[in-house]
Structures are given as C-alpha cells and as structure tokens.
Write a protein that binds this ligand. Structure first.
Ligand code: HEM
Length: 486
C-alpha cells in the first residue's frame, strides 16, 4: 500500500514502540549529508518539489527526510495524517515572522498565531471570507480590478512589436493580484495597474520583495551573526516597509469610519470595515492580520493564474472548450454566475494539481501520539507533506503530466482521491483566503479567455518550475493574446 518504495523494515520492538508497532526508526532515512549532496550537487536546491519525485521513487510513501521530519507523499497516507489534525493545528515554528512585530507591539495574524488565540482570531477572520456566498460580496470590487487589468493587457499587447504580445505575464499578474487583494483588504485602490505605479505602492512592493528575498538567509543564519551580516537588517527593513504602508491605509479607514459614526451615518463597507468595527480585535491585531492576509494572497494567486494561462496556451482544445463555456453567458455577469461554470472551475483545479503553488506543507501534532501506516509516532513529531509528488501520482491521476480539466467534472465519472490534490490545505487550519482567491482567479480567467485566444511564444522555450516557497516559472513567460473575432 505504500507504493513503489521499500518500506520493508522488519517489525521490531524498540524503545517507545507501542503494542509491537513499528517506530520512526524503522522508516527509510535520508541522512543530512545526503540531502545536502542532492541539493547542491544534483542541483535540487531551487527545485525541491522535483526532489519529492526523486525521493518518492527511492523510498516510497513515507520516510525520514534528512531534516528530521517525516515526509508523506501518498494521498492515502496524507489523509491518515490530516484526519488526526489537532484542535488547533500547528504547521511549525513561525518565530521569524514574529520577531519584528514583537519589538513593535504589533499583533500576530492567522499564519503566526497559535492555540486558543489562533482559534479566536480565525473565527473572526473566517466570517465574511470563507463561505462561497460571502466571498461573492467582493465580486463588484474584483470586477473593477479585472476590468482595469484587461484594459492594461490591451494596451500592452497593442504597443508590442507583434501587436498581440504581453511580456513577463507573471509580473503583470502580480500587479493584478496585489491590486485585487489590497482593494478587498484596504477598501481602496493602490494603483498597481496604472501606467506608473504610485511611489508609495512601489516602495511597498519593494519591501515585500526585500522581506522574502532575505528570508532564506535569515532562516539558516545563527542569531549571533545577525549584527555582522546585512541580511537581518534588510529583512527587518522589509517588514518595516510592509507595516508602515498597511498601517497608513488601515488608519485612514479607521478615521473615515469614526467620522461617519460621529455624524451618525451608517457604517457600511467590506472586509476591513467589518474587522475594525464588528469584532473585538484590537487595532494592533488588525495590523498583524491584514499584513499576513496580504502577503499570503499575492504570489499564490498570481502564480496560479500564470500557470493557468501557460497551460491553456499549450492545450488549445481545453482552451476552446473553456472559451465555449464562457461565451455562453453574458459578457459581464455577476460573480455568482461565474463561480458556477464547471469547466472554468475545473481548469483552475487542474492547474493547481499540476502546479500546486504551495508544493510543501507541514503539521506537528502537539497533543497526541499518532499511528500512521502502522508506525507509531510520538507527539511533536514533525510531518512534511509532499504535495507536488502527491498530485503527480499516476495511480491517483492517470497521465499525470497531461492537462485534463475534465478529471474534475462532476458528470458521473469517478472523482480522484479527495486528498490527491488539496492545494489550499485541509481542515480548520486550511487557507482562509481560498474563496477570495478562487473568485479572483475565476473572474480574471473568465474575461481573458472570453476576449483573447492565448498562444505560446515559441522563443520562450520549455518552461519549468522553480520552488521559491511558491512554484514560479524558471524564466520570463511571454504570451500572445490574440483578439477573439479577429
Ligand atoms: C491560489 C491561491 C492560494 C493558494 C493555493 C493558497 C494555499 C494555502 C495553503 C496550502 C495554506 C496552508 C493550509 C494548511 O496548512 O492546511 C494556506 C494558508 C493560508 N492562506 Fe492561502 N492560498 C491562496 C490564496 C490566499 C489568499 C488570497 C489569502 C488572503 C486573502 C490567503 C491567506 C492565507 C492565510 C492567512 C493562511 C494561514 C491560515 C492559518 O494558518 O490559519 N491565501 N494557503
């Protein structure tokens, strides 16, 4: 049941084993040096998701991974693990995201908070976000952003040498995603889709880049080296830029709300207004949460859309089918109607199967020992989930490298294993932004596919994926956007 690998260690009684179960020590193990060798010599350091496939072939469904965690890379085993999730699930140590805030008294958000406090925070954040019928509240906001984006695509393609080319599509979609999530979270437009991005917004984007690009260094650096090397300072300067920008917009909103309350006007608004006026979150908590929602909501959505356009450009039949579906309804429908289109939804689902933008996830069970696949694991054992390997498993997904949105259609066919592709995670700690992300992606794709035929640019060559925490293309991706009806 564990796949092609060799989980064949004899059942032994060992210290800590319960009732003759096998223990962690009976699992195949990758030594630390072997891992380092694979990363540096085989060059997997920026393709850790591909290492998942390599190691799965060697060790099978569950093994020790060289970093002291237990790797799981089959749908059935992933289900076994996640069904035992704690009441307040923990992904791992988040102290690097907390330290800047600790010095400034800013609160933690849903990503970093733990235990009861995390639970209370999530309960407040989930409302107005997590249910499909609530997320369509943001339809009108996103529709405006999508309209500006398609306009920008028009301008870019018309000014290109071939008259239909958009260069570096991932960068354009980054602007779209940031504008989209910011317009929901701050209830204001920040100008990412303007010809010239406003200075404050550009500084904010630079700060995000600075925080993320220095984080691999600060993760591995010992604390004593922080004053000696530039990374820690740059990393914190990134956080400072992020919070300065977010705080300014949140404070501005708060003032507006207070003015309206003073004038006895009704306070209406979207997400931020809800957080500021209807929950018992302190202002410091709102700063912390809004910043995290924003950071989690940009690269994920933008890269998924990038991969979707890439895959559609390479699969004209699927694109035609999608085009037929979106052309059957009115050009500018309400969000509810868009979120009901089966092939559109299947296209995003299949994109996230082939390119799970978050290719790796984790859990630590702090409450209890668990038994998985007949092995006993003491509590606090860290588990790592190899989602990339799981969603390319050919037993769950025949022809796993083929883009086949129809796998997901509920038209009477047998659907894949429910844990075969869970790009938004699972359970109470699953992605809080899922419905908003889906809405943004459906609405953007709806318009792009309706207006244009998307074709690859042969000069780009074969596009591969790199792991920068999220899966990104290994080169600038240009696409032709041929006007439909030309
Ligand atoms: C394609 C888009 C997205 C993907 C694939 C994605 C994926 C994920 C995954 C895999 C997790 C971990 C879940 C788990 O551990 O079970 C997660 C958590 C999270 N996501 Fe997303 N996400 C996306 C978009 C967004 C957006 C738009 C937002 C903000 C509005 C967001 C906010 C968050 C937050 C705050 C968490 C942490 C939740 C917690 O720990 O309680 N995500 N996301």
């Amino acid at each position: 049941a564990l796949g092609s690998g060799s989980v064949s260690a004899p059942v032994q009684e060992r210290a800590g084993a319960k009732e003759g179960l096998r223990t962690v020590k009976d699992l195949p193990k990758v030594g630390f040096l072997k891992l380092v060798y694979r990363l540096l010599v085989h060059g997997y350091y920026n393709r850790m998701h591909e290492l998942q496939l390599y190691e799965k072939a060697l060790y099978g469904g569950i093994f020790r991974d060289g970093l002291g965690t237990v790797a799981v890379n089959r749908a059935e085993l992933l289900e076994e693990v996640l069904r035992r999730d704690d009441r307040f699930p923990v992904r791992g140590d988040m102290s690097l995201w907390k330290e800047y805030r600790d010095t400034k008294g800013i609160g933690y958000g849903p990503f970093t908070e733990e235990g009861e406090r995390w639970y209370r925070l999530r309960s407040a954040l989930n409302r107005r976000m997590l249910l499909p019928k609530e997320s369509v509240l943001y339809g009108p906001v996103i529709r405006d952003v999508v309209r500006d984006f398609t306009h920008r695509v028009q301008v870019l393609r018309e000014s290109s040498p071939t008259g239909d080319m958009v260069q570096d599509v991932a960068n354009e979609l980054y602007r779209f995603s940031l504008e989209g999530i910011a317009s929901i979270l701050f209830e204001t437009r920040i100008g990412c889709l303007e010809q010239q991005i406003p200075e404050g917004t550009q500084e904010f984007i630079n700060s995000i880049v600075q925080m993320f690009s220095n984080s691999p260094y600060v993760i591995v650096m010992p604390k004593w080296s922080r004053p000696l090397l530039p990374y820690w300072r740059r990393y914190n300067a990134g956080w400072e830029g992020i919070f300065t920008f977010a705080q300014r917009l949140i404070d501005r909103k708060l003032e507006q709300i207070e003015r309206r309350v003073d004038d006895r006007e009704q306070v209406q608004g979207e997400y931020l207004t809800y957080l500021l006026s209807n929950t018992d979150m302190s202002l410091q908590d709102v700063y912390g949460s809004v910043a995290e929602l924003l950071l989690a909501g940009v690269d994920t959505t933008s890269n998924t859309l990038t991969w979707a356009l890439h895959l559609l450009s390479l699969n004209p039949e699927a694109q035609d089918r999608l085009h037929r579906e979106v052309s059957q309804i009115q050009p500018d429908p309400p969000a509810e109607e868009i979120t009901r289109l089966p092939y559109l939804k299947a296209t995003i689902k299949e994109t996230l199967r082939m390119y799970p933008v978050v290719p790796l996830n984790a859990r630590v069970f702090s409450e209890k020992d668990v038994v998985i696949a007949g092995y006993h694991f003491p509590k606090k054992t860290p588990f790592t989930f190899h989602h990339y390997a799981i969603s390319l498993d050919e037993q769950t997904f025949p022809a796993p490298l083929s883009f086949r949105p129809e796998r997901w259609l509920r038209d009477g066919r047998v659907l894949p294993h429910p844990f075969g592709s869970i790009p938004f995670g699972f359970g109470v700690r699953g992605c809080v932004g899922r419905r908003i992300a889906e809405l943004e992606m459906y609405m953007a794709l709806f318009q792009l596919v309706r207006l244009f035929e998307i074709r690859p640019d042969p000069s780009v060559g074969e596009v591969k994926s790199l792991n920068r925490t999220v899966l990104v293309p290994d080169r600038k991706l240009n696409l032709h956007f041929k006007q439909r009806g030309d």
